[in-house]
Design a protein around this ligand. Structure first.
Ligand SMILES: C[S@@+](CC[C@H](N)C(=O)[O-])C[C@H]1O[C@@H](n2cnc3c(N)ncnc32)[C@H](O)[C@@H]1O
Ligand SMILES: O=[N+]([O-])c1ccc2c(c1)CN[C@@H](CO)C2
Length: 274
């Protein structure tokens, strides 16, 4: 009983932190240069896009439905997957983030970030001319079927009728689980919860922070993070019923440390549900 109460309090405290999450600031801090500099091979975002491009296009994907867990206000994580899956669902805990995504998808303008350079970069990775970004934008708007509320701390993170009974064919989740969990046990439980949304044999693409204990999601909005190392990520995946296919690690150079967090590295995982 006491342990259960402790778990609930930890999760509730994390949810309280997210009431002040500022999408525009978050995008500014993490998705503009130097962390998103497409002229530099060693910038973090081009590295993430290259990992996702390779993982989605190496020929082992099958099915129709891709679900992004904890999308936040970002779209980069589905720019490769939208060419492989005919239906994409975006999800987030906060309405402010779902609104930000809706504004871009409905082409209403007033978006907090211009995603054009991202679309152009992924087109280049696909061997297309950068001007094909308008076709990729149209493709993304066509395949994103909905933007749903989610809570990875619930044993059933989405509404009961959100997915087909067999589950999604592929999940992607970036910087979510470790950033919303009070401790490693909660991180591992959340990994298990989202695993229930994935069909057996389906793939999980997981991007996350290594060695990070906090990040700023707006001026003065300091959010605690579970500091992870590679071994803990691998153990949590195994405990949650996944087989690791590939783990890649990016180590931040000094100029990528811009004062908005204390992250030391970024991991990319491609795994398969047993
Ligand atoms: C660090 S942001 C990651 C955003 C984006 N995926 C990216 O790659 O930058 C973490 C996201 O998790 C969401 N979140 C917070 N609590 C959550 C929960 N209990 N379940 C699912 N998502 C949650 C936040 O709203 C936020 O958008
Ligand atoms: O460098 N990046 O591309 C990048 C993008 C997003 C985030 C980070 C780094 C580190 N902090 C996490 C929140 O825990 C969010």
């Amino acid at each position: 009983m006491m342990e259960e109460k402790g778990r609930e309090n930890g999760v509730a405290a994390m949810k309280a932190c997210y009431r002040r999450f500022d999408p525009a600031a978050y995008l500014q801090y993490n998705y503009t240069p130097p962390r998103a500099d497409f002229t530099r091979k060693d910038s973090i975002v081009p590295w993430k896009l290259a990992c996702l491009h390779r993982a989605f296009t190496e020929g082992d994907m099958s099915g129709e439905l891709l679900v992004d867990i904890g999308s936040g206000p970002t779209l980069y994580q589905v720019m490769s997957g939208c060419e492989v899956f005919s239906k994409v669902l975006l999800t987030d805990f906060l309405e402010v983030n779902r609104q930000e995504l809706r504004r871009w998808l409905q082409d209403e303008g007033q978006c907090s970030l211009d995603w054009t350079p991202y679309l152009q970069h992924v087109c280049k990775l696909e061997g297309r001319r950068p001007s094909a970004w308008t076709e990729k934008a149209a493709k993304l708007r066509q395949v994103v079927a909905d933007i749903l509320p989610i809570d990875v701390h619930c044993s059933q993170p989405l509404a009961p009728d959100a997915l087909p009974s067999v589950g999604a064919d592929c999940l992607v989740s970036c910087f979510c689980l470790e950033s919303v969990s009070p401790d490693l046990a909660a991180f591992t439980r959340a990994l298990g919860h989202i695993g229930k949304l994935l069909r057996p044999g389906g793939h999980l693409m997981l991007i996350g922070a290594l060695g990070e204990s906090y990040y700023f999601a707006g001026p003065g909005v300091r959010i605690p993070v579970v500091p992870l190392n590679e071994a803990q990520v691998c153990t949590s995946l195994k405990e949650s019923g996944y087989t690791l296919i590939r783990l890649e690690v990016y180590t931040l150079t000094q100029d990528m440390r811009v004062g908005v967090d204390d992250v030391t590295g970024v991991f990319f995982v491609k795994a398969k549900k047993d």
